[in-house]
Design a binder for this molecule. Structure first.
Ligand code: ZN
Length: 170
């Protein structure tokens, strides 16, 4: 079973590798990623957050609702994105209990392949767009704290190091 990786960890700073083809092995991993995400009460999860060097992420803006809306994005690429920045308080499963307001564009258009190797295009905004941008960052080794000032980031990283030590997470 896949396990959540907590920051700081080298895998979270890596630019992940694209998939040539989605096969049954990947589909099994994706299924496990959904289990990890829903178990942790998250709305998004990227492959490096469970130790996988792959350009895969999953999002579900309705993860906390009864009617789920899971979207799996493989080899995602932004086609277009607005310049207007909006603030929103973000968290991350790799940073339990830490939240920070981050400015990001609202509307975006993204291209990706799904679990069945089908090419898809999605135009979205609001919460869904926010999660997608956060997860896409993960595939490029960028964490939400990297959008903060160095001072704020260092405070959170220091607390995370302490948390990992206390919880004996290696
Ligand atoms: Zn995250």
């Amino acid at each position: 079973m896949l396990k959540l990786v907590y920051a700081p960890d080298p895998i979270l700073k890596k630019e992940c590798q694209p998939l040539a083809q989605v096969d049954d092995h990947h589909r099994t991993l994706i299924k496990e990623m959904y289990e990890v995400m829903y178990d942790a009460n998250g709305v998004g999860l990227a492959a490096p957050q469970v130790g996988l060097d792959m350009r895969i992420f999953i999002v579900d803006a309705a993860a906390r609702e009864e009617e789920k809306t899971p979207i799996t994005m493989i080899n995602p690429k932004i086609i277009s994105i607005e310049d207007d920045l909006v603030p929103y308080e973000e968290g991350c499963l790799s940073f339990p209990e830490h939240f920070a307001e981050i400015d990001r564009p609202d509307k975006l258009k993204i291209e990706y392949i799904d679990e069945n190797n089908k090419k898809k295009i999605l135009s979205t905004d609001g919460f869904n767009s926010r999660i997608i941008q956060h997860e896409l960052d993960h595939l490029n080794g960028i964490l939400f704290v990297d959008h903060l000032s160095r001072l704020k980031r260092d405070v959170i990283i220091r607390k995370m190091k302490k948390f990992k030590k206390e919880e004996k997470i290696v």
